[in-house]
Design a protein around this ligand. Sequence first.
Ligand SMILES: *[C@@H]1O[C@H](CO)[C@@H](O)[C@H](O)[C@H]1NC(C)=O
Ligand SMILES: *[C@@H]1O[C@H](CO)[C@@H](O)[C@H](O)[C@H]1NC(C)=O
Ligand SMILES: *[C@@H]1O[C@H](CO)[C@@H](O)[C@H](O)[C@H]1NC(C)=O
Ligand SMILES: *[C@@H]1O[C@H](CO)[C@@H](O)[C@H](O)[C@H]1NC(C)=O
Ligand SMILES: *[C@@H]1O[C@H](CO)[C@@H](O)[C@H](O)[C@H]1NC(C)=O
Ligand SMILES: *[C@@H]1O[C@H](CO)[C@@H](O)[C@H](O)[C@H]1NC(C)=O
Ligand SMILES: *[C@@H]1O[C@H](CO)[C@@H](O)[C@H](O)[C@H]1NC(C)=O
Ligand SMILES: *[C@@H]1O[C@H](CO)[C@@H](O)[C@H](O)[C@H]1NC(C)=O
Ligand SMILES: *[C@@H]1O[C@H](CO)[C@@H](O)[C@H](O)[C@H]1NC(C)=O
Ligand SMILES: *[C@@H]1O[C@H](CO)[C@@H](O)[C@H](O)[C@H]1NC(C)=O
Ligand SMILES: *[C@@H]1O[C@H](CO)[C@@H](O)[C@H](O)[C@H]1NC(C)=O
Ligand SMILES: *[C@@H]1O[C@H](CO)[C@@H](O)[C@H](O)[C@H]1NC(C)=O
Length: 639
Amino acid sequence: MVNLLEVSTGLLAAAGLVKRADNSSSTSHHIEVPNVGNAALLEWGFNEAQKIFNNSQASNCTKCQEGINLGKYIHLAAPDVTPDLLVKLCWHYNWQDDCDSWQGRDITKGNNGKHIANVFTLMDAFGLDGQALCNWHATDTCDPVQVPEPDLSSWWPEKPKNPPKIESSYNETFNVLHISDFHLDLRYEEGLESNCDDYMCCNSESHNKRAIAAGLNHTVQPAQKLGSYHCDAPESMVEDSLKTVGAMADARDFEFSIFTGDMVAHDLQDWLSLSHTYQSEEEVYYLMKKYLKDIPVYPTFGNHDSYPYAQLAQNSSGFAGDFSWNAELSAKMWKDFGWINETTEAQAEHTYGSFAVTTKRGLRVISIDSNFWYGANYYNFWNISEPDLSGTFKWLVGELLECERQGQKAWIVAHVPSQEMAAVPWTTEVFRQVIRRFSPHVIAANFFGHTHADQFNVFYEENNKWTEESAISVGWIIQSVTPVDSFNPAWRYYEVDTKTFEIMNSKNYYSPLNQTYDYDINKSHNETIGNFSYPVFEPQTPKQSLDWIWEYSARDAYDPNNTWPDTAPLNATFWHRAAKLIVENPSYRQLYYDHYYRKSPYTPQGCTGKCLQQTFCSFVGGSQGERTECLKLKELPTL
Ligand SMILES: *[C@@H]1O[C@H](CO)[C@@H](O)[C@H](O)[C@H]1NC(C)=O
Ligand SMILES: *[C@@H]1O[C@H](CO)[C@@H](O)[C@H](O)[C@H]1NC(C)=O
Ligand SMILES: *[C@@H]1O[C@H](CO)[C@@H](O)[C@H](O)[C@H]1NC(C)=O
Ligand SMILES: *[C@@H]1O[C@H](CO)[C@@H](O)[C@H](O)[C@H]1NC(C)=O
Ligand SMILES: *[C@@H]1O[C@H](CO)[C@@H](O)[C@H](O)[C@H]1NC(C)=O
Ligand SMILES: *[C@@H]1O[C@H](CO)[C@@H](O)[C@H](O)[C@H]1NC(C)=O
Ligand SMILES: *[C@@H]1O[C@H](CO)[C@@H](O)[C@H](O)[C@H]1NC(C)=O
Ligand SMILES: *[C@@H]1O[C@H](CO)[C@@H](O)[C@H](O)[C@H]1NC(C)=O
Ligand SMILES: *[C@@H]1O[C@H](CO)[C@@H](O)[C@H](O)[C@H]1NC(C)=O
Ligand SMILES: *[C@@H]1O[C@H](CO)[C@@H](O)[C@H](O)[C@H]1NC(C)=O
Ligand SMILES: *[C@@H]1O[C@H](CO)[C@@H](O)[C@H](O)[C@H]1NC(C)=O
Ligand SMILES: *[C@@H]1O[C@H](CO)[C@@H](O)[C@H](O)[C@H]1NC(C)=O
């Protein structure tokens, strides 16, 4: 076990020790920073920044880029000042409500300021990098960037025209568990406010300000013992779900499990800390081991499974050392639990926690850390036209090429789907091209989590050509255990062909959380105090544990007339047809949303218009960029 104190001291030391060279190609933007103490430098920077922002001749985009450039040169001169300057400017210009914890470099708070400033030093402020960061993280500044499509042809030989076809076993399958997004909230407490203004609810600082202002002296909706719709998972929920899965494992004989990330709660930055992140990860891994016993789990990191939130630096940035504790902690636990062996543990430590294993039946499971395509990771905003700053894509391609040579099938396991709107277009495009190059002959399926919703997406061979013939790969986006926001907890397992490793069916289970409430959330009348109207619910007798019940099978739900042969897998072609059915038929669209929310009482009804377009684009987008373009369409094409 790594000593926590050592880890944080190490981080602080790294912060002070890392000295960056000025690597910008042009020196015309060089800023001479006065050689004064930190306090004076902060005042100087504040004044300089105001000059930039006061310039009525400059566009907001230019101002933002100049701001980055200023932050860069100050950080190069004095590593502690830029985070403080950001906090000061944030308060001054009212950028957001919670400036300290957003930008603050205090190790006990968000600590993001240090990482933003690190990235400033690496960026080409006046080129694509600056434009992208401003567009993404500062509203009303720069236009979105158009990063040229990367040419990856040197990464691999041409895609084989007629790769050897692996015969399906037709009737032989084995079962694999897929579970995701626990978001264990160590601070959850029964009775606290679950109808709160600011995340997280069900925590000691959760309040309903309007209720308090009106003089209401109790919570509007008290947090429940086993979980609440607007809150992350209490320990009881995580434990109960894993206990049930463990019990079912005996009957269903799960050969292994994939876990698509997010162990840590959606807490505000104030409440996040290295030790909190550490403790949440340890506890979730431990509970998985406790209840799944000898079933190996192949995990991947979520955007919450890092500290500070979502940050992960590439080796080439020079800052990767701040994050190596995570891969080390995790890989060691995975090895101790018998999920991976020593060789894979060592490998994971060298690839930021990404790793690959071969299962006993010969499937290659490749787990890759998607924080290298998530927009909240500031380290995705430097040298953005370089397709593989971290080296993980080339590593992934190496794995897939080896599979291709061996005639081996692979699964890709990652947290953030590549068409997630909060992912960055430049790296998700790289990912999409990798999927295309190796599908369907190598990649049998891709698995994601992150959205908490039960979803899927189809990857197509060509841009914007969404036809059945062009469908080549599928992303299985799994529903979460956490109810945020406002889902029933759920998970699933797959029936997998023993030879092709294609998914033959997915079987979904959920728990109706409202049964465990001591009030009926759908029977209430309103009462008013002052000018605040609040619901008063009828009491009900709660169930004492979560009831995990059968929800649906993908094959039955989306091929109701059984037109898809029993021997055919639920591959991209199947899901293309499912997408068509859901888009064209309102009752199947509702069925899809019932699954999306797992029949929660908050399931929206009647998705049409804008909602329909969003649904359509979530199916056909293979990358963030493709989905964004789809959302701009005036008219939706026929699938
Ligand atoms: C910027 O403008 C504000 C408000 O107009 C003014 O108070 C401030 O002194 C100006 N600062 C600089 C450095 O120009
Ligand atoms: C520029 O930013 C200011 C706020 O800083 C905002 O009010 C204004 O709308 C922005 N201008 C444009 C063209 O987006
Ligand atoms: C699967 O089918 C093959 C060929 O039809 C047969 O030999 C085999 O026994 C079947 N296996 C099972 C488990 O039904
Ligand atoms: C709180 O509300 C209850 C019932 O609504 C009332 O009996 C009690 O006096 C209130 N307490 C305070 C301190 O206002
Ligand atoms: C990153 O750097 C570490 C430490 O030097 C090294 O062990 C590892 O192999 C590097 N990983 C990649 C993907 O370059
Ligand atoms: C460790 O696991 C990897 C990945 O599954 C495998 O290739 C390797 O042979 C294993 N090594 C040992 C010593 O078992
Ligand atoms: C930035 O990307 C270019 C290629 O686009 C590459 O040559 C250069 O080495 C990269 N810089 C760093 C520091 O990795
Ligand atoms: C999916 O399976 C069907 C039936 O075996 C097959 O015709 C189709 O080509 C497959 N699609 C893909 C993308 O592999
Ligand atoms: C149940 O109640 C919630 C709010 O308490 C409401 O949003 C939802 O629409 C209701 N569901 C049904 C099916 O009435
Ligand atoms: C209670 O008030 C909310 C708005 O505060 C309103 O949407 C809802 O319809 C009201 N419910 C009843 C039963 O009157
Ligand atoms: C299933 O078959 C029935 C009867 O032929 C038909 O009315 C219905 O539209 C079909 N459903 C789908 C989803 O194709
Ligand atoms: C829970 O919610 C579902 C969906 O709205 C509803 O059908 C069910 O009756 C509710 N159960 C309880 C016990 O409130």
